[in-house]
Design a protein around this ligand. Structure first.
Ligand code: ADP
Ligand code: MG
Length: 351
């Protein structure tokens, strides 16, 4: 069977929706390119109240539908469960409606805001609280599990040829059904294997989490080639430019924020970015400047990353690097000793 035939058949048996099928609930988010609501529908199997999420997107919604359809077929467990996407209204002033299953109440951002982080996540992932005393080792175990899940999801996207470009705690949702973290918001994603790499001019990436290169392809790469050319060329371009490493930098910043409680606020992250830039993006140099006068919160972060001979610190420094090609990939990061044998084993049961 051809992949497209399969996709077509699968689509036939999935419920289709129209505007009138939805009752809008609480607003969950509002960005420059769309509004997100929790919604209800009378249609099976999503007929429980508030079981779905709707994004009403502007003209860029078409790309986001494409990305979600592709993820659904190639790496479904990486992202929130996509149900359906369609255009509403006339093509000129129409909007795109995107529907997902409601995965859960909390993003990693919400969870990280809690004073109890990472223990609040431990209960959600494991379902019960461990008997171990609270402390740095137990926190490290939880953070390690979260990092493993994010990298696992990211590896799925990257292996499919998709770069997310907006990886941040606000775009990582905790799926209550699978008890794992999943990636959401493919609104800024690029699919390099088929040349869909649409960056509207006015599109601004989130400056708090962007890698220093800002553009994922070198400026010498011509603008996204048309589909047939791109299919032939893009694996080569991928090798040359390593665009996936853009997401790795952002993921490194999330790791950093999980390890250092004092870097979890937006203002602290912005300040960190400034300090790192002053150190020419050398994390070791940054450590040397801040550690001598570090308060208890910063010290706690270093202590956590220094456990087991400093493998956490080693992983972090392999993700946050100025040059994209010196950063680790999601796949190699998962094989990093930080995750140990136990970690790898746990991940292999996830899919
Ligand atoms: P944008 O950032 O463009 O506004 P997102 O796709 O990131 O749109 O969604 C906005 C917010 O809506 C998210 O931060 C999250 O809180 C919530 N959300 C999005 N998708 C889901 C989902 N599948 N399940 C539960 N909540 C979701
Ligand atoms: Mg978002």
């Amino acid at each position: 069977f051809d992949m497209f035939v399969l996709a077509f058949i699968e689509r036939l048996f999935r419920p289709t929706y129209r505007k009138d099928d939805f009752v809008l609930g609480k607003k969950l988010g509002e960005g420059a390119f769309g509004v997100v609501y929790r919604v209800s529908s009378a249609k099976k199997p999503y007929n429980k109240e508030g079981d779905l999420v709707l994004k009403k997107a502007t003209q860029y919604g078409a790309v986001e539908i494409w990305m979600n359809e592709r993820v659904r077929r190639a790496c479904a467990s990486s992202c929130a469960d996509f149900v359906y996407g369609f255009m509403e209204g006339s093509s000129k002033k129409g909007e795109y409606w995107l529907i997902w299953r409601f995965e859960g109440e909390a993003t990693l951002y919400d969870l990280m805001l809690s004073k109890d982080f990472p223990y609040n996540v431990e209960t959600m992932i494991l379902g019960e609280v461990q008997n171990l005393p609270k402390g740095i080792e137990r926190e490290n175990k939880i953070i390690q599990t979260i990092m493993g899940q994010i990298l696992f999801a990211l590896d799925g996207l990257h292996s499919t040829g998709i770069v997310h470009r907006d990886i941040k705690p606000q775009n990582i949702i905790f799926s209550e059904g699978s008890r794992t973290f999943k990636i959401i918001d493919l609104g800024a994603a690029a699919d390099l294997r088929v040349g869909i790499n649409y960056i509207p001019k006015e599109f601004l990436l989130d400056p708090r989490y962007t890698a220093p290169e800002q553009y994922i392809m070198s400026t010498q790469t011509p603008s996204a080639p048309s589909a047939p050319v791109a299919t032939a060329l893009s694996p080569v371009l991928w090798q040359l430019n390593l665009p996936d490493r853009f997401d790795i930098y952002s993921t490194g910043l999330i790791f950093l924020q999980m390890a250092f409680p004092s870097l979890r606020t937006d203002s602290a992250l912005i300040q960190f970015n400034r300090q790192l830039k002053r150190c020419d993006y050398d994390l070791v140099a940054w450590r040397q400047t801040v550690e001598p006068r570090a308060g208890p919160d910063l010290r706690k972060g270093f202590e956590l990353l220094d456990l087991d001979g400093g493998i956490g610190w080693e992983l972090l420094t392999s993700m946050i690097r100025y040059k994209a090609r010196q950063r680790t990939s999601a796949k190699s990061a998962l094989a990093h000793p930080y995750f140990g044998r136990e970690g790898l084993l746990a991940l292999s049961f996830m899919q």
